[in-house]
Design a protein around this ligand. Sequence first.
Ligand code: SF4
Length: 323
Amino acid sequence: MPWKGISDPYKIWVSEIILQQTKVEQGEKYYLAFVKKYPSVADLANANQEELYTLWQGLGYYNRCKNMILAAKEIMHAHGGKFPKTHAEILSLKGIGDYTAAAISSFAFHLPYAVVDGNVVRVLSRVFAIKESFHTAKGKMAFQLLAQSLLSKKEPSAYNQAIMDLGALICKPKNPNCLECPFQRICKAYLSDEINIYPTKKIKLVIKERFLHFFLFEDKHHFYITKRTGNDIWRNLFTFFSVESDNAENVDCPTEIKIIHSVEPQMISQLLTHQKITGIFHHCKTNPQIVATLNLMQIKKNALSQFAFPRLLISFLEKNNYL
Ligand code: SF4
């Protein structure tokens, strides 16, 4: 790896950002091309975004490039073109998180900050039999504190490199080479023959799919809306009259509505944390009788912006030039 052993903070930064979502073998050629075209922070700060995107092609997550240019500009303006030397300043740069800040701080400046990446989490979870997942706030904190407590304050960069290498080369995700591992005698996972249960995997979220049919009652000057109450999404926000169904095509709604909705419905989806909501919007001619039965609020069309609607409904209203 061409970046191994280097102490130039700029090059460490470039390599770490490239490797965030990329395998080492694939990242190497990008790294070499990157530092050839932009050998210093100043070159990157003056980079043409389109040219950088072209060089980055294939790596994806283009936000990384954008953030790097912004951070490089900040280094030029706020730090006189010199890469900042404190952990806090490094961490404050755009696109630099805990891991990258610890890597630059320790490898470039020998500051005592422990890196915690996937390799480190795997080693620590096995040696100490930690069942907490790194993907929870509590777990992340626990791993950070443990790693920091183990760090050699005299040789933080050697320590960080060693534990990362151990994770990458010996304590591999599958078939770790325990017989050659220096921690074999104290590794709780090895001693209890439970290596495969560590580290605890990220819990996959089960996304529930829901279909909400919205009936937009409208006359020349008014819309008819309702406030959501109860223990469900969008509590206290305003929506149109709605009926939930288990699909987008059919809905079991009051008979009167069935008769009056005529226009082709529009569909818009939104992903919430645990739910995918698909809104099917039906335009309805106003029928005073139904409006009264459904207990809807009559509001002036130009007053629409005074009511708080969920994002999904705002998308619909904007799409139809109501907002
Ligand atoms: S003994 Fe095996 S499981 Fe434990 S740290 Fe070493 S390689 Fe990993």
